[in-house]
Ligand binder design. Structure first.
Ligand SMILES: C[S@@+](CC[C@H](N)C(=O)[O-])C[C@H]1O[C@@H](n2cnc3c(N)ncnc32)[C@H](O)[C@@H]1O
Length: 477
């Protein structure tokens, strides 16, 4: 079956899917060009026993069958519409195939637990993506194997890993969110202990992989080897899902997972070698600078009895991201959220003392050009001895107090620079900025931050901010 036929089937199947199930089952099917690219990443190509879990209409298995000498292929799929196509597509293959019309997670947990079923030499997958709740059957099933994971796609990958033979190769397309963030740490740990990462492919524009379905997710293609010796990692990049030009760069594994990183973040360095000067900006951990960062301590719904729409005697300011706009800081502001909180024992424990703070939004809009957006807040802005920072912020502080002004200004310039934004994208694929991400980053030295701070003025444009970093870098030469 050729590419056009498979893609036509994919479109036909899509029109028949139950729209309500589409989200629940994470039904975004792989365009054949991606399937083909993925299949071509397999290195060993003979005697293949293939796994395709959440197989949809079977595009990935079909693509793999063109590259591999298959001796057996097994596919898991739940949706009856998909199953009808999959059945026909598997029947057309000239090998032994087995179609499991079952839940891959529940079935795999049994197979692994009781050590039954096939062990695979190859896996090719585009699993469903969907959060799994703490009390869901999937979560409890995974826990039976000691697997703690909050998304279907990481559960699928973990269970596939556990059903591979040693030396087995896995090629998978998944969102990039597992690379960082505390929730995915147990999964990263399992993946890195059981497999080597051989290749990571990224798409230059993030909405390219599943553009037919308007998926705005940033996806990566991973190639792993079960029990593989970890050597250097190939980074690969294409503009889009046409793969007209594919750039490759081989990097040492330490650039992907930093030695001794307690969070075991998976970083995806840019395709260009970092220049020596840029490196000067990323040398010191926050601890070395004597600075800390935390999530904004005020969780507003817990303090609802103490909300005050406007500042009143006995209240303190409660600062939200909406208080900052392109026009600058505006507080108090008409909004459904409060501007202030009445002081009480319950409120006081979440407040910080008057001072100069740098605050970074935790959630940026998907369309926003920058991931990290930082602001300075000073005592003059709010005129209060105590202040509440709402939970949608990350707050830079020194032992719960403010920062010296020049350091705060330097940090704000640095955090809002394009150099930093590019660096941040190395280890973060999603639009959320967690305090852990900021804690794991490297920063310029204190003198360099102070120098940047000395050039700060209100209302700097992006070009002016980047210019300040260029000046600073030139001085280093
Ligand atoms: C992202 S789609 C990908 C389909 C196919 N692999 C492809 O690349 O076109 C994920 C598929 O997994 C199926 N699925 C969702 N949850 C499942 C589960 N628990 N067990 C088996 N299949 C599942 C969905 O019906 C859907 O067809």
């Amino acid at each position: 079956m050729d590419e056009a036929v498979i893609d036509a089937l994919r479109h036909e199947a899509k029109t028949k899917l139950d729209p309500k199930q589409k989200g629940a089952l994470g039904q975004f099917m792989t365009p054949f060009r991606i399937a083909e690219f993925m299949a071509n990443l397999f290195v060993t190509r003979t005697n293949a026993v293939l796994l395709d879990a959440g197989a949809g209409i079977g595009s990935l298995t079909l693509a793999a069958s063109k590259v591999l000498k298959l001796s057996r292929a097994e596919a898991w799929e739940l949706d009856p519409v998909m199953v009808s196509y999959l059945q026909r597509n598997l029947a057309g293959l000239d090998v032994v195939t087995e179609l499991h019309k079952k839940d891959f997670i529940l079935d795999s947990v049994d197979r692994i637990q009781f050590d039954v079923g096939t062990r695979f030499t190859h896996a090719i997958m585009n699993p469903p993506y969907k959060k799994i709740g703490a009390n869901s059957i999937h979560r409890s099933a995974c826990r039976q194997l000691g697997l703690e994971t909050g998304n279907l796609y990481t559960a699928f990958l973990a269970l596939a890993i556990l059903q591979m033979k040693l030396g087995g190769e896995i090629v998978i397309i998944i969102p990039r969110s597992f690379c960082n963030g505390p929730y995915y740490k147990p999964f990263r740990s399992l993946m890195l202990t059981k497999c080597s990462i051989d290749l990571i492919h990224i798409f230059e524009s993030r909405n390219q992989a599943f553009k037919d379905d308007e998926v705005l997710q940033e996806n990566v293609i991973l190639k792993l080897t079960r029990g593989g010796a970890q050597g250097s990692v190939t980074l690969s990049l294409s503009q889009d899902a046409e793969f007209d030009v594919v750039h490759r760069r081989v990097v040492p594994f330490e650039l992907i997972v930093e030695t001794g990183d307690p969070e075991i973040f998976i970083r995806i360095p840019s395709m260009a070698e970092p220049g020596p000067v840029t490196g000067e900006f990323f040398k010191y951990g926050l601890k070395e600078l004597g600075v800390e960062v935390c999530t904004g301590p005020v969780v507003d719904f817990r303090l609802k009895p103490w909300w005050s729409q406007d500042p009143q005697p006995g209240t303190v300011p409660c600062i939200y991201p909406h208080h900052f706009t392109a026009a600058g800081f505006e507080w108090p502001k008409a909004h459904k959220k409060p501007n202030s909180l009445y002081r009480s024992n319950e409120v006081d424990k979440w407040l910080m003392r008057e001072g100069v703070y740098v605050v970074v939004r935790r959630f940026s809009a998907k369309e926003e050009r920058r991931r990290v957006v930082a602001y300075i807040i000073t005592p003059q802005d709010i005129n209060s001895q105590l202040v509440g920072f709402e939970n949608h912020w990350n707050v830079f502080h020194i032992q719960k107090n403010g920062l010296p002004m020049d350091l705060a200004r330097g940090l704000a310039v640095f955090l809002n620079s394009t150099v930093l934004d590019n660096y941040f994208r190395i280890f973060s694929g999603h639009t959320q900025v967690n305090a852990t991400d900021l804690r794991n980053m490297k920063f310029p030295s204190l003198p360099m931050l102070r120098e940047l701070g000395s050039k700060y003025r209100h209302g700097l444009t992006q070009e002016e901010i980047d210019g300040l970093l260029d000046q600073c870098a030139n001085k280093q030469n």
